[in-house]
Ligand binder design. Structure first.
Ligand SMILES: [Zn+2]
Length: 237
């Protein structure tokens, strides 16, 4: 059975890279096993096919040194916080048995990000249910953390990723179909700033500035954080 220490969910391939790759790389370097679960395949993506995105996601998983990367194919632009999907998320968490689960912030403006956040939040009950018709025993992750993508909300926690920012960028750039072209050469309307990479750098610089470091990633929690849990889960060498 494959187990991981941290399991990161993204609504789309590249959400995890944009929102929490720095933390994953940091944990990976301290000997922790990480896994990535994408909820959709990008069939509505304007710039590339699901097949191209899948290849780019594998390339990024190699850069992140992820133990597992899997796609649950819940339908691009159609992710829903439904009973069926909560059970599917819980089944995945029960299978890989992480100590910490990461997902997009539940208040993000993108429907899929918001649904993914709520879906993962609400899956925690089903992770624990003994009577759930599951292939795996119950598992209660000690921590759920939600990373920021588009929208800003005051974070509960900022992680210093300064050392890992160049590798995070490498993982993001693995999505050549998404970040390899100038917007003027595509027919896609720019979302946010003209230059995505500048946008990403600005966000990570800003989150870093909140704790007086060069680059940071910001996380929220629905509940107060337990310091013992954080010390146990994120102990670095
Ligand atoms: Zn996304």
């Amino acid at each position: 059975m494959t187990r991981v220490d941290i399991l990161a969910f993204g609504a789309h391939c590249d959400d995890v890279e944009l929102g929490c790759a720095g933390l994953l790389l940091k944990m990976r370097d301290s000997g922790k096993k990480i896994g990535v679960i994408d909820l959709t395949r990008g069939e509505m993506n304007s710039k590339a096919s699901p097949e191209i995105i899948a290849r780019e996601a594998s390339e990024s998983a190699r850069i992140l040194a992820a133990t597992v990367r899997k796609n649950l194919d819940l339908g691009d632009t159609r992710v829903e916080d439904s009973y069926q999907n909560r059970v599917l998320i819980a089944e995945t968490i029960r299978e890989y048995r992480p100590g910490a689960v990461l997902a997009p912030y539940w208040g993000d403006r993108h429907d899929d990000h918001r649904a993914a956040g709520w879906l993962v939040r609400n899956s925690s009950l089903y992770c624990r249910l003994k009577k759930l018709n599951s292939r795996f025993p119950p598992h209660d992750p000690r921590l759920f953390l939600f990373y920021l993508l588009h929208d800003y909300a005051s974070p509960a926690l900022v992680v210093d990723i300064s050392t890992y920012y160049p590798r995070k960028l490498e993982a993001i750039k693995a999505y050549r179909s998404q970040f390899g072209k100038e917007f003027s050469k595509t027919t896609v309307r720019p979302i946010g700033m003209e230059d995505y990479l500048f946008d990403i750098e600005t966000r990570n610089r800003f989150y870093g500035s909140l704790i007086n470091v060069k680059y940071g990633e910001a996380f929220l929690t629905p509940e107060p954080l337990n310091i013992e849990v954080l010390l146990d889960l994120f102990k670095t060498k």
